[in-house]
Design a protein around this ligand. Sequence first.
Ligand code: SF4
Length: 613
Amino acid sequence: MINKPTERPQFEYILPPIGSDPSSDSSGTTPGSFSPPPRIAPGVLGAYTFSSPDTPGMPVPSSKTAWDFMPFDWTLKDGFEENYETAEAWISPASFEPVTQLESARLGIITSEIQRVAEREEHLTAEQVRDEVAAGRMIIPANKVHLGYQLDPMCIGRAGKTKINANMGASPVSSGTDEEVEKLQWAERWGADTVMDLSTGGDLDECRDAILRNSTVPIGTVPIYSMIIGRKIEDLDEDTILKTIEFQAQQGVDYFTVHAGVLQEHLKFVKDRLIGIVSRGGSLLAKWMIHHGRQNPMYELWEAMCDIMREYDVSFSIGDGMRPGGLADATDQVQLRELYTQGELTERAWRKGVQVMCEGPGHVPFDQIEFNMKLERQYCHGAPFYVLGPLVTDIFPGYDHITSCIGATAAGFHGASMLCYVTPKEHLGLPKRDDVKQGCIAYKIAAHAADIALGIPGTRDRDDELTKARAALNWERHFELSFDPDTARALHDEDLDVDTDFCAMCGHDWCSVRISKEIVEFMSGKEDDYAWDRAKVSDALSEEQQEILRQRGVLSPEEIHKLASKTKSVMSNDSDKASCHSDFVDSDAALQLQEERAPMVELEIQAAEVTEP
Ligand code: SF4
């Protein structure tokens, strides 16, 4: 019975519904993303813009947008009760002048910043950017003062590409203004879309000013850090809070993290946690509330802060002071209650014309990430979600840029709009230059992987170009298209220079790409037969270079760049230029050879099938 022949199911491969295509020219054999087709549209429909397919049981998007939380002195015109998500539906007060991007978008205006964002997000039109801003699902964090320096406007929102933030800042025991400005430029070099200055030591005001004047990306801060310099948290009063907010807004800060969602009534849930409160802002405010027996002052001063922030167009990044500090505390009562309050604060800020994004966890088991992202989409009506990681395991200190970028990829795919990087120094010390680079690269990987999976048009183009260069064994082009060309070149050149038809990983005889290329060349009529014996075994690097590379694990960025440019300068000489195997025959001859040989290949394959055991 056991040996009785069984019927195999028929080969039947059904593709899931296809979303949009991340490749501009539909390259390759993958037709597109499996995410649902995006609905970039004004109003509620846009809640499904570049969203992952919902796992059953996930919270549904909110049925509201910022259009449902208009200032109380705006009037809805008669006849627009069902179609109020448009500028035509509203009458603003007679003396009203728009200040923030949200207010301009509500009036149907395309500002120069909206225009610039549309140039940078090639898949979006200026009208789509404006509509997403008006719906509250996208923000353009651009303080009017900072726009007067070097700020290049960008957007954060699920209709746009996923962004990354790099944190930096002097601490009382390490770093200073010059080092922080250098780190800022280093973070920009490695793709940070925004930078947060989290300084708690040194001259905070001077450091912030230097960062703002030197940055092309939006700068965020956590103003409570400055509020407690020179005083105990218990002594923090309302006047200090509002004055600090105003001072930093005047300096040009683009977004403020304010932990206003932590409420007095939430604190009782903290005792069940393994690690309590891990947010600096959250823990300071909890201490203030316990000491004074009063509600969170940030919550109570919300409208007053909105009035100041509106004047400069500073955006809120509503902090998650109760984010979990370990997997065991993820998605617990206190975290979710705070998120719910963040939704209420979002509505209140929108009524004041202030742009909002919300911050999220933290440390979250991989399987809970989608739930967290989709709950925010419901509670906070799709306001951009800005998440830290999340880390998906707690036992790899020193590698938390990796543990967290795994979670960040899932977060981006399931709805987060910006991913706050984590460096290898997380939980251990203040990041230095190379930690900043490692964190940025890990997060660029996460953001880019999410964008491709979501089917954002054009996001896979560079990947496809690199694949073609790799298939052609065109090493120069391969390096050029790499995110970090110097490191790619240095690692390759450790064993062989660029002019080879293979690399040191498999060697000449086992190089599948070379063999595959020979088959393609044969099929296209460009080669006489499979035997293609022109690959060069190149000279290895000098002793000195080999020694540097032997220490690759501890190479500083400077050494990698030095090594790469040394090798590059040798290889950039035209006579040494990588030939990269482009031996073309003329097209007529190629066509003829192809016609002659293609059937032969088919026959050979068929013969092989017959003789196989
Ligand atoms: S040798 Fe191996 S790793 Fe290197 S190019 Fe060829 S197939 Fe790729």
